[in-house]
Write a protein that binds this ligand. Structure first.
Ligand SMILES: [Zn+2]
Length: 393
């Protein structure tokens, strides 16, 4: 995730990461080299995986040979960037690490097929005395083996950013892109103390993504919903088809294209919403919901599909890098059934009740807006009682 802070920097500074995604315009020869590199990455992955399996069956021990072992039998591997092959080794090792840790969740690493796998490779930058192996020019990126590849930058990297690695990929429609990962140290901002006027309460909403204490709703764009419905239809069709047939692969291709498209739409939506909020408010209060639980609660809409968890993490780092607060309140706080005016606690509020009147003070509430108001009030209480405790300690 771009900009996500990591803690290992000098006093008063945090290390942050930013990814720039640029369109590449390779020459014919460069495009061919990229294609070969994608192929070599698949080749090396599959051979390492096969050897790991054989080794595991024979000795009961986990071992992955390094890419160097394969170069004698497959000299074409020498023609592509060695860094890309090393990266495959690192990825496979990582895939096994997480698999051994939690097999139920991560699954056994799969073989890669040209037909179904993404065409991509990643290479890390190495800085030698003679200079870095990867760097950008005014309108291009210099890479090992490929030389300078023409590129179009949506914005320029800052002079003090350090280029860590690049990922080159080819989309299903045949375009080349490069994601450049930069690392940079940024000054830790002065923390801002939240005030009620500049604090936003957000309630997760199945129908509207979120509802704010002001009554504002996010409402994911209609086209996002439409694409999602299309995807569900395609999924159903796929299930009825004969796997492996020509029509099946055509449908799989369509499915993947649509999936790619939705993922982009959603990321866009989430980044825009979180930026808008982080720019406009000094603090945001949310419930510490577990996203999996939300998904299970209502089977119709999957919370993870809307990316609420990703939204929260985006908000967190965008607020934090400006010294602002994301305050999470306990998910067992009865935010929905408390009257935000007088504090009266109802037995229950059914999720179909869109409005309700408080039996004690008579205030009429919209269910979700009322909950967002309570989340905000609780968040601010929580923040200030923590501050008091910190100061008295
Ligand atoms: Zn009341």
């Amino acid at each position: 995730m771009p900009g996500a802070p990591k803690k290992r920097a000098g006093e008063g500074k945090t290390v942050q990461y930013t990814t720039l995604k640029v369109r590449l315009y390779p020459t014919e020869a460069q495009a061919e080299l990229f294609e070969n590199t994608f192929g070599c990455c698949r080749y090396i992955w599959n051979h390492m995986l096969a050897d790991q399996q054989r080794f595991y069956l024979e000795t009961d021990r986990h071992f992955i040979p390094t890419p160097a072992k394969y170069k004698k039998d497959a000299p074409f591997l020498k023609e592509v960037d060695n860094q890309a092959l090393t990266q495959e080794y690192n990825r496979l090792s990582q895939a096994f690490r997480v698999f051994f840790k939690d097999p139920g969740h991560f699954g056994y690493p799969n073989f890669k097929k040209k037909k179904t796998d993404r065409d991509s490779f990643t290479a890390c930058n190495h800085v030698f005395e003679s200079g870095p192996t990867i760097y950008t020019t005014r309108d291009g990126i210099r890479m090992t083996k490929a030389g300078i590849v023409k590129a179009k930058f949506p914005r320029r990297p800052q002079a003090w950013w350090r280029l860590r690695r690049v990922t080159v990929e080819k989309t299903r429609s045949g375009k080349f892109y490069c994601s450049i990962l930069y690392e940079h140290e940024e000054k830790t901002p002065e923390p801002k103390t939240p005030v009620p006027q500049a604090t936003l309460g957000l309630k997760y909403s199945m129908g509207h993504f979120y509802v704010a204490d002001s009554g504002h709703r996010a409402d994911p764009p209609r086209w996002l919903k439409q694409s999602q419905e299309k995807l569900t239809k395609l999924q159903r069709r796929l299930k009825r088809m004969e796997p492996g047939s020509k029509n099946y692969w055509e449908a799989v291709r369509k499915y993947r294209l649509l999936h790619e498209h939705i993922a982009n739409q959603r990321r866009d939506f989430i980044h825009k919403e979180s930026s808008r909020i982080a720019n406009g408010w000094d603090a945001v209060c949310m419930r510490d919901d577990h996203m999996e639980d939300l998904g299970k609660a209502v089977s119709l809409a999957n919370a993870r599909d809307w990316g609420y968890g990703m939204f929260r993490e985006c908000l967190r780092y965008k607020l934090e890098r400006e010294g602002k607060q994301l305050i999470l309140i306990d998910r067992y706080v009865p935010s929905t059934r408390t009257c935000s005016v007088c504090g009266f606690l109802r037995e229950a509020v059914h999720y179909k009740e869109r409005t309700w009147a408080c039996p004690k003070c008579g205030a009429v509430h919209k269910r979700e807006t009322n909950a967002a108001k309570n989340i905000k009030a609780q968040g601010l209480r929580q923040y200030f009682s923590m501050q008091e405790r910190r100061e008295s300690a």
